[in-house]
Design a protein around this ligand. Sequence first.
Ligand SMILES: [Zn+2]
Length: 294
Amino acid sequence: MNYTTNFKEVQAYQGTSFRNIARNVALDILSLRNTFLDTATMLAKPRVHFLFIHHIFNDEVANFEKVLEVLSEKHTFISHSEAVRRIVSGDVDKPYISWSSDDGFKNNLKAAEILDRFDAKCCFFINPESIGKKNATWITDFCETRLKMPPVAFMNWEEVADLQRRGHEIGSHTLEHTNVSEMPLEAFEKDLMHSKSILEERCGPIAHFAYPYGRFFDFNKAAFDLVFKTGYDSCSTAERGCHISDGTPLEKNSLLIRRDQVICAWKFEHIMYFISNTARRAVLDSNYVPNDYL
Ligand SMILES: [Zn+2]
């Protein structure tokens, strides 16, 4: 089985749509504008900024190193647990970045190797069902139907344990990458407990959860409440945003984490545009579930 090793193969698989091309042109213009605005001032804003990846394929390595290099100049990298603690206690005095990664691909080990060089601790949100899977048909089907990806190899449990030994954290991303909005609430509650207990048997206490697909409409308020009821300390989306504080502590079960996705195959200027633009638009409301959340 030949697993995907370059992001180019993912692009070929997913197709380059007209929309993507138009988006690239728009981003070129926006990121050009950003170089005239004061990016340094935006990035100096005290905040907790969660950045997340899914993969670091071979053709993404150089850009990932560059992003870390540039961000490390003005930011303190902190673990997911420390990031949550800072927001909840109202202790957000500097620009902080916390890295996470979803889906448990084997190329996350390359990401960890680079993160280690910057002493950046990452939280890896994994699906216990895909960890250690070797069956090519199963992997091809799972990647196609659940992740919209060509076949990519997954980590095994020894590799997960090694990440932990190096100071990284492990979180739940549901048992098998199910869309929570399509699950009955009772099934989701079982999934939260079951994935937690499998991970805890392998990894020790599990405090963090990130739901698959990550948009607000892939989740709901009742599901959000269940995450804390089943013993997790945090719940992450994939909605863009970052977290600021006016010094007032908040209840941990009222924090809905926003994360900015970083795809390192994007142009460096586009990645920096997204990150600085999120910092510029930071508001206190982004700490909570949206007002119209059902
Ligand atoms: Zn995912």
